[in-house]
Design a protein around this ligand. Structure first.
Ligand code: G6P
Length: 611
């Protein structure tokens, strides 16, 4: 989940690398480093620093201290070895002539390290990455590409690598397996990066490296070869994201900006897919024949994307009358899932690179499942390995805590549920029409919720000092609570749990005491009376209750709850898309009041490309 950037061209490299890294900090931010060719000395200059990128940038005076037109940079999320100057990347070989930046995990690094130690190779860091640098040097006999190829054949695990060799000042080598890495094609310059946002200011022409690929970047262009070292041609694609989409644009935090962007993101995601009262999924590969025989649906995802799946299960089962299982990517891999050629496997991932989700996808595929993915990042690994992709078109999401990606995933999955029901003939014409109309109302209603954000800020100011907060709700509200609770703990560090409110009496109610805060979710009208009973239960044990409900039930809820957040009425299919927004805002304002680092919460990273 570390971030990699590389540049070779005519301009000073260090400022470009630092600027690119600043856009990748969401991937990890416990230390950073750069390596450039010192052309005059014929050596590599390596600079690293523990802490945020700013520490390194200050040390290098924004890059002005390093005079070179080629180099690589890295921002780290520690796996092997604690964050420290010495464990930061780039890692160098014993002679200092080979420098490596790495994202991923070298699984057999201990065995390789023992082998190299036995050969007398000294190590200075605790990282698995140093093994790569040392191993390349071990094989190096004057041809760096061949040394890299030989080293990679001995390496097991996942990697995206950027490699410099002091003897080849006019090239950078890149390699990838199971970790994302893209190549950028500029005028008289070439780039590599973990993600397009790092190089978008310089070029929109990119190549997604494939697993096993090696690439040589020069000022004149890029050549690729596969794992057998045979030359291969890879497609160049044009990225259409706006450059300023990855900028804060006057907002204090990316998270707030992305919360506010949700109406627009939803319009982009939904408008092209609804026309003349029909749902249009272009190039839909799910044939009528497959749908007729479809016996079950699996949803596989991690983190907030998994929470989207939890909502999706309720919608899909109700609308399609097919059994739906929701599995965490990390669990699916080891649970011997029941998937065959009649199973639809819906894979949900913002980044399209989450390793556990990716591994689950591959397993489901092997078992014969039909893979439909819901992804934000165009051309990402999950998108490329799916039978069918539905893109969310939410634009780049930078804050670690996801907001607009979650709502667009949810809206798209809900639209898919409705489409499937229509195809299967399991939804009435009236409900189909009513639900479809709701999709068109969604962005406008979401704007109404955002317009009342001051109310939420006020509630946050009342409750930000709590040490533990419970979220309760039933059915759709329960699934919503999972996301609300995750948002809160991710960025405010308040202990928080979400429970299906009917389960309270089976254990959790013992934790409720005078002053405990319970966020009671009662947006789902069908179950409103049930949630009210649970609110009474916790109130009578001394809890303070912050409730969420629709305008229709506001008054009734206000009679018991201490504070009420409201959302407009909307078809139940879209209730969670709307209901999550006050919870996002609540988490945001609470974290703000607690002085937390909202966009880069401790220990987390946005793109999790390790198991
Ligand atoms: C990380 C992010 C979450 C995200 C999860 C899954 O934990 O911080 O926001 O939900 O990964 O990521 P994906 O890109 O697969 O949706």
């Amino acid at each position: 989940m570390c971030g990699i950037v590389g540049y070779i061209g005519q301009e000073q490299a260090a400022p470009i690398l630092l600027e690119g890294l600043s856009r990748l900090e969401y991937r990890g931010y416990d230390s950073a480093g750069v390596a450039v060719f010192d052309q005059a000395a014929g050596t590599l200059a390596v600079r690293k620093a523990k802490g945020r990128l700013q520490v390194l940038s200050d040390q290098l005076h924004g890059g002005a201290d390093l005079n070179s037109t080629a180099g690589v940079g890295h921002t780290r999320w520690a796996t092997h070895g604690a964050p420290s100057d010495v464990n930061s990347h780039p890692q160098v070989s014993r002679s200092g002539r080979i420098a490596v930046v790495h994202n991923g995990i070298i699984e057999n690094y201990a065995a390789l390290k023992t082998f190299l130690l036995d050969q007398g190779v000294p190590f200075t860091s605790e990282t698995d990455t140093e093994v790569v640098a040392q191993l390349i040097e071990y094989f190096y006999e004057g041809d760096i590409l061949s040394a890299v190829g030989r080293a990679l054949r001995r390496i097991q695990g996942a990697y995206a690598l950027g490699i410099l060799c002091a003897d080849f000042p006019d090239q950078i080598i890149a390699a990838r397996k199971d970790s994302p890495l893209i190549l950028g094609h500029g005028e008289g310059c070439s780039f590599l990066a973990s993600d397009v946002t790092a190089i978008l200011r310089h070029t929109r022409r990119v190549t997604y490296m494939e697993d096993g690929d090696l690439a040589v970047l020069t000022r004149e262009g890029i050549t690729c070869c596969n794992s057998l070292m045979q030359p291969v041609r890879r497609k160049v694609v044009q990225v259409d994201w706006e450059v300023d989409a990855a900028e804060k644009g006057g907002y204090e935090h990316f998270m707030f900006k992305e919360i506010m962007e949700q109406p627009e993101a939803l319009r982009r995601c939904l408008s092209p897919r609804i026309s003349k009262g029909e749902i249009i999924f272009e190039d839909m590969a799910l044939s009528k024949d497959f749908l007729r025989r479809m016996s079950r649906i699996y949803i596989v995802a991690c983190g907030s994307s998994y929470h989207v799946g939890m909502v999706g299960k309720y919608h899909l089962e109700r609308l399609t009358r097919r059994p739906v299982e929701v599995a965490l990517g990390s669990e699916f891999r080891y649970m011997d899932p029941i998937v065959d050629q009649h199973t639809l496997v819906i894979v949900i991932s913002q980044s399209g690179e989450t390793l556990d989700t990716m591994a689950a996808l591959r397993q489901a595929r092997q078992l014969g499942g039909h893979i439909l993915s819901i992804v934000n990042v165009v051309g990402s690994s999950i998108a490329r390995e799916s039978d069918q992709v539905l893109y969310t078109w939410a634009g780049p999401e930078i804050a670690v805590a996801t907001t607009k990606a979650y709502t667009t995933q949810l809206a798209l999955l809900s639209l898919l549920a409705l489409w499937l029901a229509r195809e299967l003939g399991t939804v009435s014409q009236e409900e189909y029409r009513a639900a479809l109309a709701a999709f068109q109302e969604l962005p406008g209603k979401l704007e109404q919720v955002l317009a009342r954000r001051d109310d939420i800020q006020y509630f946050a100011s009342k409750y930000f000092n709590h040490n533990s907060i419970f979220f309760i709700g039933r059915n759709l509200d329960y699934a919503l609570g999972l996301e609300g609770s995750l948002k809160l703990k991710e960025i405010s560090y308040i202990h928080s749990e979400a429970y299906a409110s009917g389960e309270l009496k089976h254990g959790t109610i013992s934790l409720i005491e005078e002053g405990t805060l319970v966020v009671a979710l009662g947006a789902y009208s069908r179950l409103f009376p049930k949630v009210m009973s649970n609110v009474l239960e916790v109130k009578s044990r001394g809890a303070g209750v912050l409730a969420l409900t629709t305008q229709t039930h506001q008054e009734e809820m206000a009679r018991i709850a201490d504070a009420v957040m409201t959302i407009p009425e909307i078809h139940e299919l879209l209730l969670p898309c709307l209901g999550v927004v006050p919870l996002q805002l609540f988490a945001y304002y609470v974290a703000l009041m607690r002085g937390c680092d909202i966009d880069k919460p401790r220990n987390l990273a946005k793109s999790v490309t390790v198991e």
